[in-house]
Design a protein. Structure first.
Length: 94
């Protein structure tokens, strides 16, 4: 992940969380074969992020809606989406 994208994701996640999020460690993870996936570790929390081309934003929006519906149902434990945005030529879901 390049530095500009990292900074944009940190700023967007910070706004969603209501406090500053700064990743001290970023590692690639598995998360499917379509997107690049990262675990961004901050001081007290970690954020899982998927990244792809800006043209894939609708894919992330659909995934975020599905995750939010599962989360609200309480039927199974699942991640709650924080943000779904674009930055330059990228889109991301965190």
């Amino acid at each position: 992940m390049n530095t500009d994208l990292q900074t944009a994701i940190e700023a967007t996640v910070s706004r969603a969380m209501g406090y500053d999020f700064c990743a001290h460690n970023i590692r690639t993870t598995s998360g499917g074969c379509i997107h690049q996936s990262y675990l961004m570790r901050g001081k007290d929390e970690s954020v899982f992020v998927k990244v792809n081309a800006a043209s894939k934003l609708d894919v992330f929006k659909t995934e975020a809606l599905g995750l939010e519906a599962i989360h609200k149902s309480g039927s199974i434990l699942c991640p709650r989406p924080l943000v779904c945005e674009t930055y330059r030529e990228y889109s991301f879901l965190a």
